[in-house]
Design a protein. Sequence first.
Length: 92
Amino acid sequence: MQGYTVFLDKADDAIRATGAFAEFERWSFEWERVYTRAEWLDQLPAQGLLTTLPPDEVAALSSATSAAVDALGGSFAMRFTTLATTAIRVSR
């Protein structure tokens, strides 16, 4: 979560500079989702730097990932933290 705070701080500062919003609140939500092997492999090629890999490297990574998820029993839980900033717009 701390790695993303710098981005939120910059966005908050820019929004605050408009003068159009009252004091901000930052919210944090932790949640978990269980992925099956098929679900994870379906979205894997669309992740970040993987979109720039040649097809043979994506295939090799997918194969290794498939074996790793199978070794976990065919699914795994992924933890997430969602961050949000809220503010009330000031009437003009």
